[in-house]
Design a protein around this ligand. Structure first.
Ligand SMILES: C[S@@+](CC[C@H](N)C(=O)[O-])C[C@H]1O[C@@H](n2cnc3c(N)ncnc32)[C@H](O)[C@@H]1O
Length: 144
């Protein structure tokens, strides 16, 4: 039986070239943004939203003390020079809206001593449409 999966390798900053005009129900970005500076990560999130029909999931590192949504600028971790971002800001700049988010609180960091996660789920478009949300977010979020 053939597979419908197509694999492609490339730089997240070249997503428009890699994905061409494809749109996907779900786009998942796990761990990649920590390698990109604020401008590159913002451009990558914008490009991912442009190729998302349903939900975009972003897993990146939580800031150790502040909720990532409070960050004015991306923070560089001194130990490994990885970037800690504000995904909410990037989704907003990319024309999307956040429908779910979770930040690892300092009290929970013992569970993730190395890379505490920050989770963001977003939808393309910043116009709230309750009918679409009720039908779409709940069913697709469950599938994630
Ligand atoms: C923390 S790992 C996460 C790997 C995988 N997504 C996972 O969840 O297990 C980060 C990955 O991002 C890749 N990466 C770094 N810079 C990238 C870029 N500009 N475009 C695409 N991937 C990149 C690295 O090669 C590495 O495999």
């Amino acid at each position: 039986m053939g597979s419908k999966i197509e694999l492609a390798v490339g730089d997240a900053c070249d997503l428009d070239t890699i994905a061409d005009r494809q749109e996907y129900d779900v786009v998942m970005c796990c761990g990649v943004l920590v390698h990109l500076d604020q401008d590159a990560a913002t451009a990558a999130v914008r490009a991912m939203l442009a190729h998302t029909k349903g939900l975009l999931g972003i897993i990146t590192w939580a800031h150790p003390r502040f909720d990532n949504a409070q960050l004015q600028h991306s923070y560089v971790r001194p130990d490994d020079l990885g970037f800690v971002h504000n995904p909410d800001q990037m989704v907003s700049a990319g024309g999307g809206r956040v429908v779910f988010r979770a930040w690892t609180r300092p009290s929970e960091i013992a569970r993730y001593p190395r890379n505490p996660p920050s989770f963001t789920i977003a939808r393309p478009g910043n116009t709230i449409s309750p009918r679409v949300d009720e039908a779409g977010v709940s069913s697709r979020a469950t599938a994630l």
